[in-house]
Write a protein that binds this ligand. Sequence first.
Ligand code: GLN
Ligand code: ZN
Length: 771
Amino acid sequence: MNNINVNARHNISTHVLGYPRMGAQRQLKWALEDYWKGQLTQDQLLNEAANIRQSHWQIQLDAGLDFITAGDFALYDHVLNHSYMFGVVPERFASAESGWQWDTYFRMARGRSAQGDDCAACEMTKWFDTNYHYLVPEFTEQQTFSLNADVWLEEIKQAQALTPNVKAVLLGPLTYLWLGKTQNNGDAIDLLPQLLNVYSELLHKVSELGIEWLQLDEPILGLDLPQHWKQGFELAYNQLKSSPLKILLATYFSELDDNLTLACQLPVAGLHIDGINGKHDLPNVLDRLPPYKVLSLGLINGRNIWKADVDAILPVINDFYSTLGDRLWLASSCSLLHVPEDLDQEVNLVPQVKAQFAFAKQKCAEVSALPAQLAAQLQGDKHVLTQNPIKQTTKPLDAIGAELKQQIAQLTSSSFARANTFATRKTIQQQQFNLPLFATTTIGSFPQTKEIRQARLGFKQGSISQQVYETIMSEEIQHAVKEQENIGLDVLVHGEAERNDMVEYFGQQLEGYVFTDFGWVQSYGSRCVKPPIIASDVYRPQAMTVRWSQYAQSLTQKPMKGMLTGPITMLCWSFTREDISLKEQAFQLALALADEVLDLEKAGINMIQVDEPALREGLPLRQRDWQAYLRWAVDAFRLSVARVQDSTQIHTHMCYAEFNDIIEAIAELDADVITIETSRSNMELLQAFEDFKYPNDIGPGVYDIHSPIVPTQQWMAQLLQKAAQAIAPEQLWVNPDCGLKTRAWPETHEALTLMVKAAKQLREQYAHVNA
Ligand code: GLN
Ligand code: ZN
């Protein structure tokens, strides 16, 4: 620390890896949707996009960052931008015109152009472990690449008109290939040499613009990579080094670990590492970094909304600075795409709580302030530090934290286990419910009609009284129950009319959650989500769902499923605390839900479904971390349902199709019944359940609720026959793939009626089983 020139406070460069694209008022969303409706011309759309970019760069300039970042923008998705730019346009979208055609671009994204001609869109999937979804590049075996980069280059020029200090950003070639899927299961790495030619050409064009630094994002360096992909990195970056550009190789989302040496030694001018989610690399990086290289440290969290704890960060910076001097850069951990844009808009947050948050704009200021704070600390200038407006002042309030902590510490293995085994419970439950083979049910929600949404909005805005609102909701529940009885379903649901969103609904009733007005984060295309924030200890002040469930049960003799969102889904779809572990937060949620489960049981609800659609997406990026995650995730689920009687049937639901690698954990949940998505994969995923000899009951979805198409009885019966070959008929339930809230009533009525018929058909076929 002694040999530092404290006056050199300005020789640490600062930047962010990328900025959100929507605009603080979601301007891009509105412009895109108007354009798709034909209410905005292409020029108007592009103008709006240019304005949004401009204002985001201005924010970065005003914050005092040393670079503004350009090339991170996308009208729909940045991965799609790369596909389009590299000529990776599947045959079915081919257009006669050359150059950048926005209609073709949007058809790839949405399967539909502004003119309305339809065509299967590109597949969409999650961007690493975030809730952002990208469009999967589709490579053919003979894939060729061609450069079509004018739109992207124009954006760089637009930024250069503001300042000469522009850092351009692109996905790196390895990550781009990794994200794609290849025809006939080919290995995309085979396409690398070809792709590198286009990258070289593009880099040449970037340097002709007078750009000095190009950030190439290679987040796959934080994954478990096959050996030949690691070699691909060496091949690629040795070829790209002939460009006069300085390349900043950017990694993020997880630690590099076994790829750290590789990442440090690639022949590029700089390396960015994620100092939050990759912090375990920090002690090892200086040993491996060649002496010529810039190290960009991402110490401001791009994945969460908390203000940085500057006191904790400065010593880390100081350590690196004493070795690196001006070769040290400071940055956000990753792109700010994953946080909301501007905290200043939140006028309804309690000031004490708001004071702890930083959104994208505030994070730019946080990054930018770090060098001066370091200098001030080195000079012993406490004044600057205490004056610092961005310093974290308060920690989350710890009202009942101590009590919860103790409660969690006292949990024993019996806290996580039902009193008896599934086999014992099944007999008792069968006596109680007396359900037929192939019992029919649905996943929870029924169509969220315009009337329901209007009533909810009116109630929220105060134009509808609580009494009127509750009358409308009870009528909806009556309607849903009557429909289900007419259709002849065996196990009913109340329909979730009162719920806006499966996480928000519970978050609003739990203590510890905070909600923003404008905390939107892009999910895909023009779609945004507004994740609630776990800001302090979570507990349940009073029952949340008992009243409506009890009311629904009173309308029917059939069993009515209580409907809850599980602890892991609550966690995965919220911004979480950083001062206690995710496990601790999951257990707090589980304890709150456990009370709800018991209250439902007491109120005569004997089937309770705890949805966990997010269980799989919570998996860490590195496989070696899976076990630990699955342990506490499974425990949290079990904690929330363990205390019910044998006769109470616990259901769970998950809507995705990859169970192979987590089937053991799924079995360990020990839910009496699990409903899953299977229809799109033609029951293929049941293979995992068959191979594993999954012991409890399963409802494989027999039709896809994502489409309004009504499946035929024959189709569903066939799927069930297929299922019955893999799983014993005594274990099988019959249900759609997921909740029906996005559907309309007519198609729902028709599809469920046919589903019930298909179940009856199977019962006849398997009549001997019960005899
Ligand atoms: N119970 C929820 C519903 O039916 C489940 C939704 C989900 O799995 N995403 O809407
Ligand atoms: Zn689902």
